[in-house]
Design a protein around this ligand. Structure first.
Ligand SMILES: [Zn+2]
Length: 151
């Protein structure tokens, strides 16, 4: 059953009361803190270089951010975009905002590569075969990404 169908549970997630990010005061796998967002990466990713930008303000929808915070969130997304493209050598980045199971605003970044198994279509994380990184590759990409993010 979708969380949407449990009205009380969904309402508590949306209000932030039972939001796992807000309850921990930050997301898991945190690698950087930006003006309006946290940046997360982890090795068990759906694609090499997968990154998530998590709003530091609990809102469900993008339009709920105060205007100045929305601008800052967008600038953070641009910084991540630039650093991630350089760090991964991807052909294209895909950006996705869902929040269907965790309604705390976050944006997924999926670097795309020539010959990746979803070429010509969106990533389907359920069909990904782990691991997506070669030995040591996660740390190399993370280090390059953080250098680019801070330059
Ligand atoms: Zn939250």
């Amino acid at each position: 059953m979708s969380t949407w169908n449990d009205h009380d549970r969904w309402a508590a997630l949306c209000s932030g009361l039972s939001c796992p990010i807000c309850c921990r005061n930050e997301p898991l796998d945190l690698v950087a803190t930006l003006q309006a967002s946290w940046v997360t990466m982890h090795e068990a990713a759906p694609v090499r270089g997968y990154t998530c930008l998590v709003s530091r303000t609990h809102v469900v929808e993008l339009h709920e951010l105060p205007e100045a915070t929305a601008y800052a969130f967008t600038r953070d997304a641009q910084r991540v975009s630039s650093a991630l493209l350089a760090a991964t050598g991807a052909v294209k980045l895909n950006y996705e905002i869902h929040g269907n199971s965790l309604p705390h605003l976050h944006m997924h970044f999926f670097p795309r590569y020539r010959g990746d198994c979803f070429e010509g279509q969106p990533i389907n994380p359920r069909l990904v075969v782990q691991p997506v990184y070669a030995e040591g590759e996660f740390q190399e990409i993370l280090d390059a990404f953080l250098r680019g993010l801070n330059s």
